[in-house]
Design a protein around this ligand. Structure first.
Ligand code: UFG
Length: 327
């Protein structure tokens, strides 16, 4: 069986990717330090516990498993925290990724799939965001991811390391079978926090900013179902096997929803009221982030099938009520 090394395979998106890889006939080897991941989420292949700062450990794992490709999900990804503690983001995201990229290059592993983000584009109000849009991040999280894209470009030139870079928009939902789902501690993302408020696990959802230049004053995001997102990764792997090049792809649906619209849909899907408080803006938030590209569809044949807001909220709600992990 063909082995893929999955960093962050115990996390939200990484665990869904492991399931999709296993279903597509690959053996996903999870590499995770469990700083934010969960042992219970490693269900679809072997586990190698380790930290991206440990170069010897990385070398050993490449020698042992001889992966044909790397899928690199492991990262710190909180926009707010990246603004208050940028050093942590540069050290962990950029330093850790550099170690991983060097280890892959040294081991002769030529295929690299990287989780980047629409946060690399920054706040470009009114601009259609496609892969050629200028990358002007407004937070350290986005800046750290853009730097890793640059490192990959350098290693393509120096070592022939081919990469597929996926710039995610806002990932939501959960595995409809309930095997894995979204579980962060602490939680900072809109939909799980809203479901907590609906269930009475917190008093209310605070809307961060109601004075943005949008129709209802709240931020607009392009939400994509985690299962559709990881399907693109399997297609990206196949693209690398066939094309042996490097390419960036946006992963979003092209439709934006405001925070108030997400609140409204959550109320209808769960049939319960959403207690809200209108609060101040959160540092580092862009006004609107919506993909304007169909490149993933045209070049990879990616067809999102679950990414309606109703589906994402319903799958997240089912997981929220029944699923959880223990360390
Ligand atoms: N929001 C609230 N209240 C909350 C939480 C979020 O109003 O309690 C708002 C945010 O201000 C934002 C929207 O809901 O407008 C979505 O916020 P999330 O925290 O769910 O997601 P982000 O847009 O901040 O970040 C996510 C990922 C990043 C990725 C980014 C790209 O976490 O990894 O999308 O926009 F880079």
């Amino acid at each position: 069986m063909t082995t893929v090394l999955v960093t962050g395979g115990a996390g939200y998106i990484g665990s869904h990717a492991c399931k999709a890889l296993a279903r597509a006939g690959y053996t996903p080897v999870t590499f995770d330090n469990f700083e934010t991941g969960w042992r219970d989420a490693v269900k679809f292949g072997p586990l190698e516990e380790g930290d991206l700062q440990d170069r010897d450990r990385l070398r050993d794992v490449f020698a042992k498993h001889k992966p044909v490709a790397v899928m690199h999900f492991a990262a710190l990804s909180l926009v707010g925290e990246s603004m208050s503690n940028p050093g942590k983001y540069w050290r962990s995201n950029v330093g850790g990724s550099l170690n991983l990229i060097e280890a892959a290059a040294e081991a002769g592993c030529k295929n690299f799939v990287f989780s980047s983000t629409c946060a690399t584009y920054g706040d470009q109000d009114g601009v259609v965001l496609d892969e050629n849009s200028t990358q002007m991040p407004i937070n350290s999280y986005g800046a750290s991811k853009r730097a890793i894209e640059d490192i990959l470009d350098n290693f393509r030139a120096s070592h022939g390391l081919n990469s597929v870079i996926f710039r995610y928009f806002n990932v939501a939902g959960a595995d409809p079978d309930g095997e894995v789902g979204e579980f962060h501690q602490p939680e900072t993302h809109l939909i799980p926090l809203m479901l907590d408020a609906i269930e009475g696990k917190r008093d209310a959802l605070t809307i961060f900013g109601t004075d943005y230049d949008t129709p209802d004053g709240t931020c607009i995001r392009d939400y994509v179902h985690v299962c559709d997102l990881v399907d693109a990764h399997v297609l990206g792997l196949k693209w690398l096997e066939d094309e042996k090049g490097s390419r960036a792809f946006n992963l979003g649906t092209g439709t934006g929803f405001s925070v108030r619209e997400v609140v409204h849909h959550s109320g209808s899907v769960t049939n319960k009221p959403v207690p809200i408080i209108e609060g101040a803006r959160r540092a580092g938030d862009a006004t609107a982030l919506v993909s304007g590209s169909r490149r993933a569809d045209k070049e990879l044949g990616w067809k999102p099938t679950r990414s309606t807001l109703e589906n994402m909220i319903a799958d997240a709600w089912r997981w929220h009520q029944n699923g959880h992990y223990d360390r």
